[in-house]
Structures are given as structure tokens and as C-alpha cells.
Design a protein. Structure first.
Length: 81
């Protein structure tokens, strides 16, 4: 069993597009438990035109979001989801 430097660290990612999600992916690579918080309509990067055949998110989106869990939360509503 490999112990990674950030095992046991939880990161909440509220970012969109490329720079911050790719930085959070590196944290996940190092062992952090990264939870991506997305708005109800999803990360705008999902619909950036880099969509794979069949409507799936494209390779660049998948690369920047590897190793993460994802949850939808409406941060504009007091109730959340």
C-alpha cells in the first residue's frame, strides 16, 4: 500500500474552467480527497465544445477532473441543493 503525501486531506473545489480544476486534480494525485462542488447546470467547462461523441465530457474535462468526487449544490439558495 502506497502512502501519498496528502492522504487524509479533504479539498472542496468550487472552481470552474481549467486552472483551478487542474491544480485540484494534482492534489487528488497526491492523495487528497477532492470534492468538486458544481452548480445545478454543471461546470460550464463541460459544455465548452470539447465534448466527446455520445455527449460525454471530453478528454480535457476528464483530465482536469480525475480522481475527484462531484456533488451538485445550488449556492444561490439558502437550502443548498
Amino acid at each position: 500500500m502506497t502512502i501519498r503525501p496528502l492522504d487524509g486531506v479533504r479539498v472542496l473545489e468550487l472552481a470552474t474552467w481549467i486552472a483551478a480544476p487542474s491544480a485540484a486534480a494534482l492534489l487528488a494525485d497526491l492523495g487528497a480527497d477532492v470534492v468538486k462542488i458544481e452548480p445545478p447546470n454543471g461546470d460550464p467547462f463541460r459544455a465548452s465544445g470539447m465534448i466527446a461523441p455520445g455527449g460525454q465530457a471530453g478528454t480535457v474535462f476528464e483530465l482536469d477532473n480525475r480522481g475527484k468526487r462531484s456533488i451538485v449544490v445550488d449556492l444561490e439558495q439558502a437550502e443548498g441543493p
